[in-house]
Design a binder for this molecule. Structure first.
Ligand code: OOB
Length: 556
């Protein structure tokens, strides 16, 4: 670890608020890794992670992460350094996460569905000294350590999971290798009000933005989530959504489970075929899903009563990431035999939960209420004035775990924060008399494809690289399975341009699969509003109408 501690620059909470959050016991000056130390004292042999046929006790999770931290420190990495990590849902994700925190290295945990463009953008922003990836990803399957991509990422140390050699991740985690675990300071190498890691923003701009999260704020959000969701050593949580996502990581997610001394069971994906047998085998009692996965679970349970019996142990299903329709919500109890909890959260901070003791009407029709008494929520009209109760408006929020600025993005921060530090999430919500929020729409230029967020501008910019495309607009279109899918309206000089070729073009440019437009429509010109902006509302209406009428669009 370097002697001169170079903490990462981020936008801090004003001292007055920070002092309040400390005085109220929200921020305790504890690192995120304290949860491991505590469990190692309380119940070191309890199962922390089940991954395929592998089991990791708390003692093993702690020891392996300390070994990796130690080796990284001996390699000269430490406080102020950053890492780019891309791993699927495997135990190594958590081993690496804790190792980096122990060493004081702040990671960006890319989603496994991310492709070259996201990795390059994250690397440009944080300049990582370390990259940890997986041979299971198409980008690194060849194991080639001198690929163009790795050169662009620019990390001096590259560890790959699945590689059996000296630079394989397994070697660095193993106790067979030469070095000893680092003797780590109990309170972590970084003070708890410094950046622990970066969360990923769903984004609405051309480049994916990074969200600095501190130990203090993140740990508070985890502890408070645990209180609301009543986690304990009995909790057996199935992580079926992408492990780095804020929902399965911290709401209360895997970190909540580790904090409570429970067990995390890893699933490769949220499909019934992957999840139901794991739930039955490991007596899972809690999991979290996005709405499209819920629909698949309902179908599977309805079609086959044996499938339903596999879910016997499941007590609570959390659903969030995108709007859950009331019709689907009301089937969860009867068909899956568990309670529902709606979760409306964001990687930027604010998380709303319906409470376990809430009446059905709240659980089915609302997205819950803020978890902290100190979450400040304002619902504002277009002029920035509070709306009348029960009226829709834009959600603005600040609080003890809501960030104060995207990493190194002053221009964007000036747009999405007001002068009092409230963050405008871009969601349109209605708040009822008890403070419960219902999401009714969105202001931000983003498509929510079943919980996966697509920034329209990012895909439009990529489409404009095509030599035949002169204008492009990406909008959402309704979809019964995903809630929303994406439709690209394009103006092109080549009437023979086909969707297949366009998707191939985007994929080759490094666009992630989930961001590839589901539908393309060619127009002679994009419609404009009176102020000269692309009329996306008009485009959304056109495509929704064509879908409802089951007709191709007249593209003249
Ligand atoms: C979660 O986090 P992100 O950062 O992927 O996405 C946040 C956005 C919200 O601003 C909202 O637009 C949408 O996703 N969203 C929902 C929702 N939950 C999230 N829209 C309607 N209903 C819901 N229940 O998605 C996230 C983070 C932590 C916990 C849960 C979800």
């Amino acid at each position: 670890m370097s002697d001169s501690r170079r903490f990462l620059l981020y936008t801090r909470w004003p001292a007055e608020l920070a002092n309040q959050y400390r005085a109220k016991g929200y921020w305790r000056g504890e690192p995120l890794t304290a949860m491991l130390a505590r469990q190692c004292e309380l119940a070191p042999d309890a199962e922390a992670i089940l991954c395929g046929e592998r089991r990791f006790s708390y003692r093993e999770l702690d020891a392996a992460s300390s070994r990796l931290a130690g080796r990284l420190a001996r390699h000269g990495l430490g406080v102020g350094d950053t890492a780019l990590v891309q791993l699927p849902n495997v135990a190594e994700f958590y081993l690496v996460f804790f190792a980096l925190l122990k060493a004081g290295i702040a990671p960006v945990n890319a989603l496994f569905s991310h492709n070259r463009l996201e990795l390059v953008s994250y690397a440009e922003q944080i300049k990582p000294r370390l990259f940890i990836g997986s041979l299971a990803h198409g980008l690194f399957a060849s194991g080639e350590r001198h690929s163009d991509l790795l050169r662009v990422i620019g990390a001096e140390l590259v560890l790959l999971d699945g590689d059996a050699g000296e630079l394989g991740l397994a070697h660095w985690l193993s106790d067979l290798a030469r070095s000893e675990a680092l003797a780590l300071p109990a309170h972590g190498p970084t003070p708890a009000d410094e950046v622990a890691f970066f969360q990923l923003s769903g984004g609405s701009t051309g480049t994916p933005k990074l969200i600095p999260r501190t130990h203090d704020d993140y740990l508070y959000s985890v502890r408070r989530s645990n209180e609301i969701c009543e986690l304990g050593p009995h909790t057996r949580y199935l992580c079926a959504l992408p492990a780095p996502h804020n929902f399965p990581l911290s709401s209360p997610g895997a970190l909540g489970v580790f904090e409570a001394g429970g067990t995390v069971v890893l699933a490769p994906d949220p499909s019934p075929i992957s999840c139901f047998p794991l739930i039955a085998r490991h007596r899972v009692n809690l999991t979290s899903l996005v709405p499209p996965a819920v629909s698949l679970w309902l179908q599977a349970a309805e079609a086959d009563s044996a499938a339903r019996t596999q879910l016997e142990s499941l007590a609570l299903l959390q659903v969030g990431g995108a709007k859950l329709g009331e019709a689907v919500a009301s089937k969860i109890g009867p068909l899956l035999g568990c309670r529902l909890q709606q979760v409306f959260g964001m990687a930027e901070g604010l998380v709303n939960y319906t409470r376990l003791s809430d009446p059905d009407e709240k659980i089915i029709y609302t997205q819950g209420r803020p978890m902290s008494p100190d979450d400040e929520v304002r619902i504002l009209d277009e002029a920035g004035n509070p709306v009348a109760p029960g009226q829709p408006g834009a959600l603005h929020t600040r609080g003890p775990y809501t960030f104060r600025g995207y990493y190194q993005s002053p221009a964007h921060n000036a747009r999405v924060f007001d002068s009092e530090g409230f963050y405008c999430s871009g969601d349109l919500v209605v708040q009822d008399a008890e403070g419960y929020l219902t999401v009714v729409g969105r202001q931000k230029d983003q498509i929510n494809r079943g919980g996966e967020k697509i920034a329209a501008e990012e895909v439009e910019n990529q489409l404009l690289h095509h030599p035949a495309i002169t204008h492009a607009a990406l909008v959402s279109m309704p979809d019964s399975a995903m809630g929303e899918k994406s439709c690209a309206f394009i103006v092109s000089t080549d009437p023979a341009l086909k969707p297949l070729a366009l998707r191939k073009f985007l994929r080759e440019r490094g666009v992630a699969d989930f961001k590839l437009p589901d539908r393309f429509e060619a127009l002679d010109a994009l419609p404009m509003t009176a102020v000269g902006k692309i009329d996306k509302q008009g485009l959304r209406a056109r495509i929704a109408h064509a879908i409802a009428a089951n007709q191709p669009l007249t593209t003249a």
